[in-house]
Design a protein around this ligand. Sequence first.
Ligand code: GLN
Length: 211
Amino acid sequence: MNGDVKFGILAIQGDYEAHAKMLDRLGVKWTYVRRPEDIDGITGIILPGGESTTHIKVMREEGVWDALEKFAAQGGAFFGTCAGAILLAREVHNPPQESLGLLDISILRNGYGRQLASDVHEGKTTISEQPIEMIFIRAPIIQKVGHGVEVLARDAAHPVLVQQGRILAATFHPELTTDPTVHRHFVDTIGQRREGAAAESHSHRAASPAR
Ligand code: GLN
């Protein structure tokens, strides 16, 4: 991997420290993002799990929301886990809430209901031979994906790991395991796709409404 690449981890609330540990494990440089200026010099950002409503509120107050929209327009890469996936989705339900809209999916917050609030499964992905551990915590359900969205893993009938160009999202928490497969995929994807990625992803979005 390119030694100049540095990643940001949104560090407002939720399990951002677990993402930092995972990037350390991969030997990747990172910085916490709490203010707009923290985005300077990063190539990709991780949006952790937590409460998406709290993330939105604080990001708005700190000016980070606008800075992230600009970062996306400039070809920055994003990896959202759970609440982070909700922030990236084009459409959010239960209840509807604003989002960055960078990923052409429709997502249902707390989709498994109260009794299935947390669950651990083993699941296959298209990014490694070995199944990976998938920890779901008050997880959302991806209800629809647009044509430009690749489904990298499903659990039961639902997509749980999806990618559209430079945008990656998991409804589970790979950062809470010791398996770096998904983070390594994100880091490698960024290394290969940073340049010109914005144009590619935007054309997908325009051409393919969520189905
Ligand atoms: N239920 C949370 C939300 O809707 C997400 C849960 C999580 O990130 N583990 O924002």
